[in-house]
Design a protein around this ligand. Structure first.
Ligand code: SF4
Length: 356
């Protein structure tokens, strides 16, 4: 187990990570950063969903220049993701970005890295040092048996961190990525034991919705539960909004974040006589904008439903073309199936009056 709170506090715009600060949820835009309108629209949607730090790709000078305008229209810290060209990192900083993500290994000579570090230092912009198993140096592959290993990834990351420290800067966040979930977990455990910089954790290239969610939940679940990680990104091949939903659920499941309505639902069986799968999906969407910290149960039948819903604050138990609304295990009323969702919404919207 690791003590997450021992990590150095790093300020990213108006937000901090590390120390006692809560684990921050991140995502990355999949719009063209040069398209300010589309990028801002996506960031605002992500903010509304609960994204707390957002990263954009900066592959061109036009993208770096767009940062100034994007920053004016959003409310969360903005991170620039830079590869290869140190001038883009410098331009992103000059245009007001709150953090840069670079792999010093692909930025070029030490002089070029120094130019970026000097600029970051002058603007008080932290650097996320990111290394990826896919770009591990050949000598580190050879050193650890001829293949990519957690030890090699960690050594590569720490080499970059020490390089930046030697250049006189210590405002850093570290990220190490591997699509091999258990190698990624091992690498994070190793690096957490060796550094007190905050760790940005995630499983890279984890896949589409189902495989990405499962790999992320397993990998992040192990790491976060061990006390590793200060900011997370669930990487999915899909809408970044899904990444935020998944990240929030992972944190809530681990007890690392409170708030919001938790929906539990039964798996359905031969007793189910209503469209419970459709109803559970609608309930999950419906509760997203209701600011309550309670548990809602959506159960398929009146045989086991009321009993199983007892643990919840409020629940639905389906019958044949109708359902029961149950509050703390007590039946409140019987409602036709077509009105169940509205009845539940009404109950939730007046929850605070009912329970005042
Ligand atoms: Fe089946 Fe009822 Fe249990 Fe749902 S709550 S799984 S319908 S017995």
């Amino acid at each position: 187990m690791f003590d997450r709170t021992k990590a150095k506090v790093i300020r990213i715009g108006d937000r901090c990570i590390g120390g006692d600060y809560p684990i921050a949820i991140q995502s990355m835009c999949n719009t063209k950063t040069e398209d300010v309108k589309a990028t801002v629209a996506q960031i605002l949607a992500l903010e509304a969903a609960g994204c707390e730090i957002i990263r954009v790709a900066v592959p061109t000078m036009e993208a770096a220049e767009a940062i100034t305008e994007i920053k004016k229209q959003i409310h969360i810290p903005l991170v620039a993701d830079i590869h290869f060209d140190y001038r883009l990192a410098i331009a992103a900083i000059e245009h007001g970005v709150d953090k840069i993500r670079i792999n010093p290994g692909n930025i070029g000579s030490v002089d070029r890295v120094k130019a970026v570090v000097d600029k970051a230092k002058a603007y008080h912009v932290p650097i996320r040092v990111g290394v990826n198993s896919g770009s591990l140096e050949k000598d580190l592959i050879a050193k650890y048996g001829g293949h990519v290993t957690a030890e090699g990834i960690v050594e590569s990351a720490l080499d970059k961190v020490h390089l930046i420290e030697d250049l006189g800067y210590d405002q850093m966040v570290i990220s190490i990525k591997s699509s091999d979930v258990m190698m990624c977990v091992k690498a994070h455990e190793l690096i957490a034991a060796k550094t007190d910089y905050p760790l940005h954790v995630g499983i890279t290239e984890s896949g589409t919705l189902i495989s990405g969610n499962i790999k992320s939940a397993v990998g992040l679940g192990i790491m976060l539960n061990e006390g590793v990680g200060h900011t997370i990104r669930v990487s999915l091949t899909g809408d970044p909004l899904e990444e935020i939903k998944s990240a929030k659920l992972i944190l809530k499941t681990l007890g690392l974040r409170k708030g919001g309505i938790e929906v539990v639902s039964c798996p359905t069986c031969g007793r189910t006589r209503i469209d419970l799968i459709g109803l559970a999906n609608k309930v999950e969407t419906m509760v997203q904008d209701i600011p309550l910290d309670i548990k809602v149960a959506v159960m398929g039948c009146v045989v086991n439903g009321p009993g199983e819903a007892k643990e919840a604050d409020i629940g639905i138990a389906g019958g044949k073309g109708e359902g029961l609304l149950i509050r703390k295990g007590e039946v409140v009323k019987k409602v036709p199936e077509s009105e169940l969702l509205d009845a539940l919404r009404e109950e939730l919207l007046h929850w605070n009056e009912i329970h005042a």
